[in-house]
Design a protein around this ligand. Structure first.
Ligand code: ADP
Ligand code: ADP
Ligand code: ADP
Length: 214
C-alpha cells in the first residue's frame, strides 16, 4: 500500500506511522526524521535544513523533494510506503504524483489525523524524542518512558526538540494552515482522503486508521 499521513504538528503522525507501518509491513518514511538524522550526522543537507526547521518554516522544495524521492527509490519502498510529513504543500503533492506516475503506481489513501488545536499544543509541549533515533517518540505524561529521560526502545537519551518551543510551535501551526492544509483539498479531488478522529488512546486511533484502510 501507498499511504500519506497528514495532520498538524503533534497530531500523532509519527506515533501512528510506527504502528501502521509495522501492521502493513511497509517502511515508515518521515521527512522530519530524515532531516533530523542529517542534522545529527552533520551532512550538507542537514546544514541546509536546520535554519528553516528551527524557525518553524518549511525546508525549500528543491531540498525536500529530492530527499523524499531518494528515500522512496530505496528497494524496501518498492512495494509500498507510509509517508509521514511529506507532502507538505501543493507543489510537493504534485511532485509526488509525478514520481508515482513515472513508476506506474498510485496512492491508496490519504489519512487526515484530526485533533483540536489545544490538544496538539499539549502533545507537543510534552513530546520527548530519542537522541539516537527521532522516530522513538514519548510524552512526559501521555506515554511516559519506563525510566524518566531514557528511551524504552534503545536506551538513548530523551530530549525536547528545538522546534517544540512554544514560539516555534505557533509558527508551525500557521504554516500548517496556510501551506499544508490545501493538500487535503488537492487529495479530496482524487477521492483519497479519509478523516481519522485522532483523540483518545494511541491504540484506538491505530484501530480507526486500520479500519479505514480495509
Ligand atoms: P511534526 O511531526 O511536528 O509535524 P516534522 O518532524 O514532520 O514535525 O517536521 C519538522 C520540521 O521539518 C518542519 O517544521 C519543517 O521545517 C521540516 N520538514 C519536514 N518535512 C518537510 C517537508 N515535507 N517539507 C518541508 N519541510 C519539512
Ligand atoms: P506528529 O508526528 O504528528 O508531530 P507525534 O507522533 O510525534 O506527532 O506525537 C506528538 C506527541 O503526542 C508525542 O509526545 C506523542 O507521544 C504524543 N501522542 C501521540 N499520540 C497520542 C495520543 N493518541 N494521545 C496522547 N498523546 C499522543
Ligand atoms: P480527561 O478525562 O481529562 O479528558 P483523558 O484521560 O481522557 O483526560 O486524557 C487526556 C489526554 O490524554 C487525551 O487527549 C488522550 O489523547 C490522552 N491519553 C489518555 N490516555 C492515553 C494513553 N493511554 N496513551 C496516550 N494518550 C492518552
Amino acid at each position: 500500500m501507498r499511504i500519506v499521513l497528514v495532520g498538524p504538528p503533534g497530531a500523532g503522525k509519527g506515533t501512528q506511522a510506527a504502528y501502521l507501518a509495522k501492521n502493513l509491513v511497509i517502511p515508515h518514511i518521515s521527512t522530519g526524521d530524515l532531516f533530523r538524522a542529517n542534522i545529527s550526522q552533520g551532512t550538507d543537507l542537514g546544514k541546509q535544513a536546520k535554519a528553516f526547521m528551527d524557525a518553524g518554516e518549511l525546508v525549500p522544495d528543491e531540498v525536500t523533494i529530492g530527499m523524499a524521492r531518494d528515500r522512496m527509490n530505496q528497494p524496501d519502498a518498492a512495494g509500498g510506503f507510509l509517508l509521514d510529513g511529506f507532502p507538505r504543500n501543493v507543489s510537493q503533492a504534485e511532485a509526488l504524483d509525478e514520481a508515482l506516475k513515472e513508476d506506474g503506481v498510485t496512492l491508496d489513501a490519504v489519512l487526515d489525523l484530526e485533533v483540536p488545536e489545544e490538544e496538539v499544543v499539549k502533545r507537543i509541549a510534552g513530546r520527548r524524542i530519542c537522541r539516537n533515533d527521532s522516530s522513538h517518540v514519548f510524552h512526559v505524561t501521555y506515554s511516559a518512558p519506563k525510566q524518566e529521560g531514557v528511551c524504552d526502545v534503545c536506551g538513548g537519551e530523551l530530549y525536547q526538540r528545538d522546534d517544540d518551543s512554544e514560539e516555534t510551535v505557533r509558527k508551525r501551526l500557521e504554516v500548517y494552515h496556510t501551506q499544508t492544509e490545501p493538500i487535503i483539498d488537492y487529495y479530496k479531488a482524487q477521492d483519497l482522503v479519509v478523516t481519522i478522529p485522532a483523540l483518545g488512546k494511541v491504540e484506538e486511533v491505530t484501530e480507526r486508521a486500520m479500519a479505514a484502510l480495509q
